[in-house]
Design a protein around this ligand. Structure first.
Ligand SMILES: Cc1cc2nc3c(=O)[nH]c(=O)nc-3n(C[C@H](O)[C@H](O)[C@H](O)COP(=O)(O)O)c2cc1C
Length: 232
């Protein structure tokens, strides 16, 4: 099984979200390739639609996106690993999503769910997984925009692990609950390979807050220490 992680965190390998993703992948028991969008040359879509007029569909912007699309097409599973930025994804991952416009057809059609849109003509065979993190407690509504975006781009059957309270992974004293959550993510990865999807009870467990809101806020706020202005 060819698995590709697309990591949108500007923190690259130090991303907290990537830790969750790596745990999911270890549950899948596979080796995954990784693209860190911050380290790639992905320039913005120019909105020129020249790609739609060419038989090759090739975008006129010459950068890493061509190689990235080839890797995506060659994958069985694509895992979108991203922190929540302004209710969506960081700008380098957004640039990548915009540049996927070259894969759409220019004629508007009615899709299977009744909505009208540009259909994907060069869709990947890959299954998609979205793993995202937010430091806010009970942040379910914070994920509304990203859920909408990814379901519309990659279909209703995309698997999603949306982790609120993600500051807990860095708080000494919260290790027991954090480790419990990671174990559940690992189980989700195993189920994804075994059944082709994450089981409902595992999703429900992942959606539960790791700590009651007031205790979470107290733990996070008591760990905030301001740096001096001379620090980078
Ligand atoms: C520019 C910026 C925008 C952010 N926007 C949101 C947001 O809309 N909602 C939210 O819950 N957290 C937001 N955050 C917090 C990030 O989600 C948090 O830092 C992230 O989970 C860290 O993950 P990472 O280590 O994988 O990069 C934002 C952070 C930054 C730097």
């Amino acid at each position: 099984m060819k698995v590709l992680i697309i990591n949108g965190s500007p923190k690259s390998k130090n991303s907290e979200t990537l830790k969750l993703t790596k745990t999911f992948v270890s549950g899948m028991d596979v080796k995954a390739k990784e693209i860190d969008t911050i380290n790639c040359d992905i320039r913005p879509c120019l909105g020129c639609y020249k790609c739609w007029k060419k038989e090759s569909r090739k975008c006129c912007v010459n950068d890493d996106m061509h190689k990235i699309l080839r890797k995506m097409k060659d994958s069985d599973v694509i895992i979108w690993s991203t922190p929540l930025f302004c209710y969506s994804v960081p700008s380098t991952m957004k640039a990548l999503l915009d540049r996927m416009t070259s894969l759409l057809a220019p004629e508007i059609v009615e899709l299977s769910d009744g909505s009208k849109s540009y259909p994907a003509i060069d869709a990947f065979n890959a299954k998609h997984v979205l793993i995202s993190g937010s430091p806010l407690p009970e942040a379910d509504n914070c994920f509304d925009a990203i859920k909408f975006q990814f379901k519309h781009m990659f279909g209703e059957d995309i698997e999603m692990i949306l982790c609120s309270e993600n500051k807990l992974f860095n708080i000494t004293g919260a290790q027991t609950v954090a480790n419990e959550y990671l174990k559940t993510i690992e189980k989700a990865g195993k189920e994804f390979v075994e059944f082709g999807h994450i089981l409902r009870e595992t999703h429900e467990k992942l959606a539960e807050p790791m700590l009651p809101t007031d205790i979470y806020i107290e733990s996070v706020n008591s760990n905030v220490t301001p740096n001096s202005d001379t620090d980078n």
